[in-house]
Design a protein around this ligand. Structure first.
Ligand SMILES: Cc1cc2nc3c(=O)[nH]c(=O)nc-3n(C[C@H](O)[C@H](O)[C@H](O)COP(=O)(O)OP(=O)(O)OC[C@H]3O[C@@H](n4cnc5c(N)ncnc54)[C@H](O)[C@@H]3O)c2cc1C
Length: 511
């Protein structure tokens, strides 16, 4: 795929290009999307289909589309969600529910091709600053082309931030004493070297989230041994990587678009029932999840030590292990689990607090993401630096005092894309509403009734508390204690609330 350096006009585009005094050409579009991952590409599709008269462009610092699915190249990389809901609402998923990164990229590539979005994507464009001018009623984004270092400037009436929520250039690695003494290699899954050879090696994977659960079965057959070293256990759900309903509908020759819709509804129904069970009967759910692991590892395996978390089910994402492959790896003897705290790294491995040493040639730190805010872009509003954490969110999508801007942040417990599609509808409805009102600016603004309301973190830590959020919560916007100032994170509520949202209830101020 080629990387156009400036936005090209097409039949539906009216972007303009001017030449300012410093010779940096300025491209203007109605809507500028930052990020060519699942969210940004989905946003482009919705804009093109629902607001065909709006000009738009996508900027991404990478040389190819796909975001998360391009960044992560570690062995076995795959989705955790089923693709019936992690795929777009508008493009049927026809493969097995859990998909590899390669399959997801191929699906996204088809979507780009089918909708002729290629020309709208400006690759290798690293955005550094975004400033809003109330006088000009527009955003100005500037940055540099990562291959040529040439500066670029885009102006836009509306900014659609689809930059994700974590820093792509590096993962989160805690500092342990003695790391510099370790004679082997230390690798983070987010920056997996292409030429990493782990055949016949003793490997320790630190962590037990979805990444570790993916890596371990993929590496185990080639390593001498791989140890999953966790401080505390994670919940895992197991099952076949197949969807019986989809298979049955295919057998009787139902159209793929129908299958996609029917299976999505089934998956969402089942997920809502599971979430409810977790809240109402957490002990029963815990027992059931542990039994799923016991079925693979047998009665004698110390399930309680290694697979029974301290937190309630669903307090953190429950990692799905398709076809029990992680447990098959453990059963085969090529993989094992150690639940212990690290004392320090040594020359040959890791010394545990218990005094035991784990030998290693390679240590993989599957210790999570580094949350970043607004793509590390320096934002300002009328020349004042934006303090994002001081803003209050409007429906987990817009922010008080930030005009004409939406950030797509997906679900934790359901597939991210459900929210990306839903916000696509919302943005398009809002843009049309502004046009109908003759408004150029929309800014979420607290009305008198909401002044002084209780403010809460972006995500309630009692409800959901993965490490990356705990570490970065202070950087994120706040939410209020009433609608529409709540960041709900519940698809079953939001799927009705967003379309019904009254855009003239006074909380969105137009100019
Ligand atoms: C390994 C892994 C597996 C996951 N599995 C699932 C799953 O199964 N289900 C689920 O719901 N979620 C999953 N997630 C969460 C996942 O991040 C989202 O689901 C989704 O892919 C995010 O898409 P996005 O387009 O919003 O952001 P991203 O995929 O993060 O893409 C953001 C894009 O913005 C670009 N960008 C950022 N900052 C700038 C800048 N300053 N200038 C220019 N470009 C910029 C980046 O280069 C990137 O291409 C997973 C995450 C990881 C890391």
């Amino acid at each position: 795929m080629t990387a156009p350096t400036a936005n090209r006009d097409t039949k539906s585009q009216t972007s303009t290009s001017t030449e300012p005094s410093d010779k940096t050409s300025v491209n203007h579009v109605d809507v500028l999307i930052v990020g060519a991952g699942i969210s940004g590409l989905g946003g482009a599709y919705h804009l093109q289909t629902q607001c065909p008269n709006k000009s738009f462009a996508i900027l991404d610092s990478k040389s190819e589309f796909g975001g998360t699915w391009r960044t992560h190249t570690y062995p076995g990389i795959r989705s955790d969600s089923d693709l019936f809901t992690f795929g777009y609402r508008f493009k049927p998923w026809t493969g097995a529910p859990i998909a590899t990164a390669e399959e997801i990229l191929s699906y996204l590539g088809e979507m780009i091709e089918e909708n002729h979005l290629d020309d709208k994507i400006n690759y290798d464009h690293q955005v550094e600053s975004a400033s809003w001018s109330s006088e000009a009623k527009r955003w100005t984004l500037s940055g540099y082309h990562t291959k040529t270092n040439r500066r670029f400037v885009y102006t836009a009436n509306f900014l659609w931030m689809c930059q994700g929520y974590y820093r792509h250039s590096q993962g989160y690695t805690p500092t342990w004493e003695g790391m510099e003494d370790f004679a082997g290699q230390i690798v983070h899954p987010q920056t997996w070297p292409d030429d990493l050879d782990y055949a016949g090696k003793k490997v320790i994977v630190i962590g037990s989230g979805a990444t570790a659960a993916t890596l371990i079965p993929a590496m185990a057959p080639d390593c001498e041994h791989v140890t999953m070293l966790q401080r505390s256990p994670t919940f895992f759900a197991t099952g076949r990587n197949a969807n019986e309903l989809a298979d049955m509908l295919r057998e009787i020759d139902i159209d793929e678009a129908w299958i996609h819709e029917i299976v999505r509804r089934r998956v969402l129904f089942d997920q809502a029932a599971f979430s409810k069970m977790c809240v109402e009967y957490p002990d029963e759910v815990r027992k059931e999840l542990l039994q799923g692991v016991r079925d693979y590892l047998g009665e004698d395996y110390p399930i309680e030590t290694h697979f029974n978390p301290r937190y309630r089910p669903w307090h953190q994402r429950v990692a799905f292990v398709p076809d029990g492959d992680l447990f098959e790896g453990i059963k085969s003897g090529k993989a094992s689990v150690v639940t212990e705290e690290i004392e320090r790294f040594t020359k040959n491995g890791i010394l545990l607090k218990s005094g035991e040493t784990l030998q290693a040639d390679l240590i993989v730190t599957a210790t999570g993401f580094d949350l970043n805010v607004l793509g590390d872009i320096s934002f300002s509003i009328d020349s004042e630096p934006l303090e994002f954490h001081e803003t209050i969110t409007y429906r987990g999508a817009m922010f008080t005092g930030i005009p004409n801007m939406v950030w797509v942040f997906g679900y934790f417990r359901a597939a991210w894309t459900l929210r990306a599609d839903m916000l696509g509808d919302f943005v398009c409805r809002l843009l049309k509403h502004m046009d109908n009102r003759g408004a150029s600016v929309v800014t979420p603004t607290l009305q008198d009734d909401a002044q002084g309301m209780n403010l809460l973190p972006w995500v309630d830590p009692d409800n959901f508390n993965p490490g990356y959020l705990q570490r970065g919560l202070h950087l994120l916007p706040q939410q209020g204690d009433r609608e529409p100032w709540i960041h709900g994170q519940d698809y079953s509520v939001e799927k009705d609330a967003f379309p019904a949202a009254d855009l003239d209830d006074g909380n969105l101020v137009y100019a």
